[in-house]
Design a protein around this ligand. Structure first.
Ligand code: AVJ
Length: 323
């Protein structure tokens, strides 16, 4: 039998480009210009991101996998979750380890992947529904910054936010996110957070500026997305990939630097944008955490840290918190 997967779409299904239009209009009329990282992830961008996770320089995925391999059983036992809700699920590659552990513990009933990209979401949801026949898979197309209150609330939930994606939020947005998530959880529910840790700057920069240029292509992909969705005429190759480390804020910043003066038409918005040679537009922040401060942030927003697991080299952390 074909596994059945249901899809709930909270991302303005009547007007799918509305959020992108809003973000591009705001970001490109600001000084300096910026774009939110969620628009990297169309099908091509999700694919480029999968390639990033396999790069020699990009350690977070391997480190998080190592923690999951060693600790998924303990985490599953501590959570006793029946529903795994995964925020920013992408291709759900690491999820299998958690689902296996929850299945093994005998508590698993449902999986709810949540992602902004419908195509990526559905293919991952179908793959996992086939792998876990008894499990109800409800895919939710949603933005974890806006739609937390709309997520399904059945069962004892573990909300997993893996990969270090929380690092995309600045401190203010992170505080709002953690408080809103806390507000949707009930006693017995847990939060599993993957967070990248502060480390040697050279390794950090290499992870976001790999030798084979995959991250550069991923960075420029946001311009292809805007060209296609908003009928714009960006020349992605006229922008250089920039990755720098801001040690005052403990974060990587990715930028796109205009290599010459340019006027870009965004027909879908009836808008023209000027770039001067050398101008940099921020496309992502990726915050790196200090363990004590991360514990504090979780405490301040109403969570109780139950486990704080790291890989043997302390590169990455996986935190299980209850409410
Ligand atoms: C998916 C947000 C965790 O910040 O490391 C990878 C995205 N950007 N390389 C990260 C990313 C450039 C990634 N997250």
């Amino acid at each position: 039998a074909q596994p059945t997967v249901s899809l709930i779409d909270h991302m303005d299904p009547g007007h799918p480009r509305h959020d992108l239009e809003h973000d591009v209009r705001i970001g490109l009329s600001s000084t300096p210009k910026w774009l939110p990282p969620k628009w990297f992830y169309d099908a091509a961008g999700s694919d480029l991101f999968s390639r990033i996770t396999r790069l020699e320089e990009y350690y977070p995925t391997r480190r998080e996998l190592a923690i999951l391999r060693a600790r998924a059983g303990d985490i599953a036992a501590a959570s006793r979750a029946s529903t795994l809700v995964e925020l920013g699920s992408g291709t759900s590659e690491k999820t299998v380890l958690l689902l296996d552990a929850l299945a093994e513990a005998g508590t698993l009933r449902a999986y709810t992947p949540v992602d902004v990209d419908g195509a990526t979401l559905l293919s991952a949801a179908n793959r996992l529904a086939a792998r876990y026949p008894g499990v109800t898979v409800r895919a939710v197309r949603a933005d974890f910054e806006h739609h937390l209150a709309l997520l399904p609330r059945t069962g004892r939930r573990m909300v997993a936010f893996l990969g270090g994606t929380i690092g995309n939020l600045d401190p203010q947005a992170r505080h709002v996110f953690l408080k809103s998530l806390r507000a949707t959880l009930r006693p017995g529910d847990t939060f599993l957070l993957g967070a990248d840790l502060v480390k040697d700057t050279g390794r950090l920069i290499a992870a976001y500026d790999d030798a084979s240029g995959v991250t550069a292509a991923f960075n420029r992909n946001v311009l292809h997305v805007i060209n296609r969705e908003l009928d714009a005429d960006f020349e992605p190759d006229a922008f250089a990939h920039v990755a720098l480390y801001d040690d005052r804020h403990d974060r990587i910043e990715m930028r796109l630097r205009a290599t010459r003066d340019m006027a870009v038409r965004i027909h879908g918005l009836g808008m023209s944008v000027m770039f001067t040679a050398g101008e940099e537009m921020r496309t992502e922040i990726s915050t790196k955490f200090r363990p004590d401060r991360l514990r504090e942030e979780l405490r301040e927003t109403g969570f109780t840290v139950r486990r704080f697991d790291t890989d043997p080299s302390d590169d990455f952390s996986l935190v299980l918190a209850s409410v």
